[in-house]
Write a protein that binds this ligand. Structure first.
Ligand SMILES: Cc1ncc(COP(=O)(O)O)c(C=O)c1O
Length: 346
């Protein structure tokens, strides 16, 4: 059996999701006549404490539209240096919204207002003005790290004082909520828009939501259509999404415990380094440079023994836990990793 720890995006819809999909009431969502999509959007808005929500096919589309609704061509978006919007969305920030990223490097993925404040620019003969601040929570390449709520609030207060908006890439914001023991509405209370994914740890086959003000979401709906994201009987997807939203967050704790188990096991292996303080949710990034082997070589050897783990650089690999790999699977993965790494160091 393959143990797939490449990403939480590999989760398959549960039996309950598949049943709900088969039985979903549907309509034409471009006319806003799909009752299941409408219900999903309404519940997402309620859960996040925002006025409205928009169902989009992917997180990338949700972030792209989120950035678009707050900016104009020729502005800058302040974001973290390893953020998804800057590194992994095919430069949509530039291609679609006409903005330039102004990245800020951080240790674990969380920017502070004090850093951001210095990067804010006003229009001048040399400078493009700042249009938006984009935060990522949890931070994927930071290792699933969580933003302290006070830091988010401090950034939002500072931004709003300067008439700037804040967008959160909350692809895994429910993991942050579980780690903090706080509802997402509290984490996101001050941000102007949030994108979150149903199709990662929450297990839906497809879909993300963008939540925000009524006015912003009305504009977002038009940009979704422009990007080719106007879906028709999308209720079959929203039906799975509703289960992802209502039921699945409560089991993320288990994924976090599995990540901790793996991280602690990895930390004991010769040549492997893990920063245990950054293992806060369902992601474990580990450094194999001291094994003398490249991350890609080790990944290929893990794969040959049925364990899939992606390299994210020459020296680092990333594990993401999710509900399709149980505790037993994690222990098996650990023993494969141990078997592959230990002889290298002998
Ligand atoms: C932090 C973060 N934001 C956005 C996305 C984009 O989501 P999608 O793959 O649905 O476009 C991802 C996907 O991995 C992600 O990890």
């Amino acid at each position: 059996m393959i143990i797939d720890l490449r990403s939480d995006t590999v989760t398959k819809p549960t039996a309950e999701m598949r049943r709900a999909m088969a039985e979903a009431e549907v309509g034409d969502d471009v006319y806003q006549e799909d009752p299941t999509v409408n219900q999903l959007e309404q519940r997402a808005a309620e859960i996040f404490g925002k006025q409205d929500a928009l169902f989009v096919p992917t997180g990338t589309m949700g972030n792209t539209i989120g950035i678009k609704i707050h900016t104009e061509h020729g502005q800058e978006v302040i974001c973290e240096a390893r953020s998804h919007v800057f590194n992994y969305e095919l430069a949509m920030m530039a291609w679609f919204t006409g903005c330039l990223a102004r990245p800020i490097a951080t240790e674990h993925g969380q920017m502070r207002w004090e850093q951001i404040r210095h990067e804010i620019r006003s229009l001048s003969p040399h400078w493009a003005p700042t249009g938006l601040i984009a935060l990522e929570n949890t931070h994927n390449m930071g290792g699933g790290t969580v933003y302290p709520i006070e830091w988010i609030n401090e950034i939002c207060d500072g931004a709003h004082e300067r008439k700037l908006k804040v967008h959160m890439d909350g692809a895994r914001v429910f993991n942050a909520a579980v780690a903090l023991g706080k509802p997402v509405r509290e984490i996101c209370a001050k941000v102007d828009s949030v994108m979150f994914c149903l199709s990662k740890g929450l297990g839906a086959p497809v879909g993300s939501l963008l939540v925000g003000s009524k006015q912003d979401i009305a504009r977002a709906r038009l940009y979704r259509k422009r990007l080719g994201g106007g879906m028709r009987q999308a209720g079959v997807l929203a039906a799975a999404g509703l289960i992802a939203l209502e039921i699945m967050p409560s089991r993320l704790e288990e994924d976090h415990a599995h990540a901790r188990l793996l991280a602690e096991g990895l930390a004991e292996l010769p040549g492997v380094k893990v920063d245990l303080s950054s293992v806060q949710t369902n992601i474990v990034i580990f450094d194999v440079s001291a094994t003398g082997r490249s991350a890609a070589e080790l990944s290929a050897e893990f794969k040959a023994q049925g364990v899939l783990i992606n390299p994210i650089s020459e020296t680092h690999l990333r594990i993401v836990t999710h509900y399709d790999v149980n505790r037993d699977g994690c222990n098996k993965a650990l023993s494969v990793i141990r078997k592959v790494v230990a002889p290298v160091m002998a």
